[in-house]
Design a protein around this ligand. Structure first.
Ligand code: FAD
Length: 467
């Protein structure tokens, strides 16, 4: 059935129920707007269904094995036998299902209408939603939010085949451990997958196009990630580019002769591109950008057209999408608010754990900002010694002359939790004195940031004072 020209008038229409879209829907509904969300798949988007949650479920599973192996050296009996990935997948799906149902019930309780289908614009204030093979519905909106997310980028030399050569999300669904795995790419998503499978027992190779891993992170962090990957048993090839894939491996071009890396499975982690193709933006009077949508601080493209999350230019992170969702929900609810993206933390669940917020040392130098840096090695921290997690550090970058914290770069256990304190410190303009004079519980990893602040002030306690 085709519903012809009949259309339903709606107040706020949100396209996509990922972390950006569902948060926007909830906040706009809280503020009294009547909200309809269009979503062709399960609510929760990439984050809940095939990104953040499944990848951290895998990371935790693999880290438990690595942790048990460390404890075995201290007298605790270790795991025996290979990991059962089929059982793991069942428990992972149960966890994801719990979270998806949680979002569904929040949307229901908030009175948000969810329409199952894929949306495309057919006018400046009208979308068409494909709700079934031959079923469409039309909606006339007052305001619309584009929250359609992103898809994995494809490398022409190694196209996805859905089985052997896959995007990162598919690698989280394998019911059996690959004997050998090649990860092509240097970003955090590929690194997390590589570390997890190496810890579980696969022979893992990373093929990085540049000189190392995590090229957009602080150089000390990138170096720690490279050391950590190698310590986890991963063979990291740098400066290589894939030429093509055959039945049993991938050939690569590097500085010397081409090399062939044999691999049972291949993950291509080459970043993500905004999912805008199906939307037919010109019908809404919007230019289809070559890259991502560029919005203002109120997430606006046009008076009644907003965009958030991975569809917009910036870091592809769920917490950024969620914050944009909160802000756009408030704008839709009539509040005079805007987004400040100064302090967007980043967390990497690899070996070691990594987390950062604010500027890198290179960015500060490029901006001619005078800084004072405090760096504290975890080898001098009690908690790190207890947990055999001494391969890491806290590096804090302050504006010179007693100024505020501009950037924090953490490597080591629990960094992904500690970065919350650092994000708050950047947000609130905390200085080295503020951090150094805040009593941190002992023995904890959090003490590392207090110690790093003291180092920056030239009065370290647990490392020697530089002469
Ligand atoms: P999405 O989550 O992509 O949701 C968009 C939704 O829109 C989807 O549900 C889609 O079905 C729907 N949609 C698409 N087209 C249409 C249409 N035409 N009409 C209606 N609906 C449509 N981020 C982190 O912060 N931390 C992590 O640890 C992390 N790990 C990741 C691991 C992996 C393997 C991957 C792939 C990503 C990871 N990310 C992580 C990134 C994170 O998942 C994304 O940044 C986040 O999901 C973006 O949210 P979003 O709402 O913009 O889009």
């Amino acid at each position: 059935m085709v519903a012809g020209d009949q259309s339903d008038p709606v107040d706020c229409l949100i396209l996509g129920a990922g972390p950006g879209g569902y948060v926007a829907a909830l906040r706009a509904a809280q503020l009294g707007r009547s909200v309809t969300v269009v979503e062709p798949r399960r609510v929760g988007g990439v984050c809940l269904n095939e990104g953040c949650i499944p990848s951290k479920y895998l990371a935790r599973f693999a880290a438990a094995k690595a942790g048990a192996e460390k404890l075995a050296q201290a007298g605790m009996p270790g795991f025996s036998g290979p990991p059962d990935l089929a059982a793991f997948q069942q428990s992972r799906e149960a966890a994801v299902g719990t979270l998806v149902r949680g979002v569904e019930s929040l949307l229901k309780a908030a009175g948000v209408t969810v329409v199952a289908g894929e949306a495309r614009f057919v006018g400046h204030t009208r979308v068409c939603v494909q709700t079934g093979d031959e079923m469409v519905r039309y909606f006339d909106f007052k305001d619309v939010v584009i929250a359609t997310g992103s898809v994995a980028a494809v490398l022409a030399a190694v196209p996805f085949d859905g089985d052997r050569v896959v995007e990162p999300s598919r690698a989280l669904e394998w019911p059996r451990l690959p004997t050998s795995l090649l990860v092509i790419g240097d970003d955090y998503v590929g690194l997390e997958i590589a570390v997890a499978y190496a810890r579980l027992g696969s022979k893992v190779t990373i093929a990085a196009p540049g000189e190392g891993l995590l090229p957009d992170f602080d150089a000390d962090i990138a170096a720690a990630a490279l050391r950590g990957a190698r310590a986890a048993g991963i063979d990291v090839l740098t400066g290589v580019e894939p030429l093509g894939v055959d039945g049993g491996g991938v050939s690569m071009k590097g500085k010397g002769d081409p090399v062939r890396v044999p691999a049972e499975r291949v993950v291509v982690s080459a970043g993500r591109v905004p999912r805008l193709d199906a939307l037919e933006l010109p019908a809404a009077g919007q230019r289809r950008p070559t890259g991502a949508l560029v919005v203002d601080s109120q997430l606006r493209l046009d008076r009644h057209v907003f965009a958030i999350g991975d569809a917009t230019a910036g870091l592809h992170l769920a917490h950024r999408a969620m914050m944009q969702g909160r802000v756009v929900g408030e704008v839709l609810g009539g509040k005079a608010t805007g987004l400040d993206s100064t302090a967007v933390p980043r967390a990497v669940f690899a070996e070691p754990e990594i987390a950062c917020v604010g500027v890198t040392e290179a960015e500060a130098a490029a901006a001619n900002t005078e800084v004072t840096i405090g760096r504290f090695p975890l080898v001098a921290l009690g908690r790190a010694v207890i947990e055999s997690g001494t391969a890491g550090f806290a590096k804090l970058i302050f504006a010179a002359g007693g100024g505020p914290l501009l950037g924090a770069h953490l490597a080591g256990p629990r960094s992904t939790e500690l970065v919350a304190e650092m994000t708050l410190a950047v947000e609130m303009g905390a200085t080295a004195e503020d951090l150094a004079l805040t009593i941190h519980a002992h023995p904890t990893f959090a003490e590392a940031v207090m110690e790093a602040a003291e180092v920056s002030l030239g009065r370290p306690i647990h490392v020697r004072r530089p002469r």
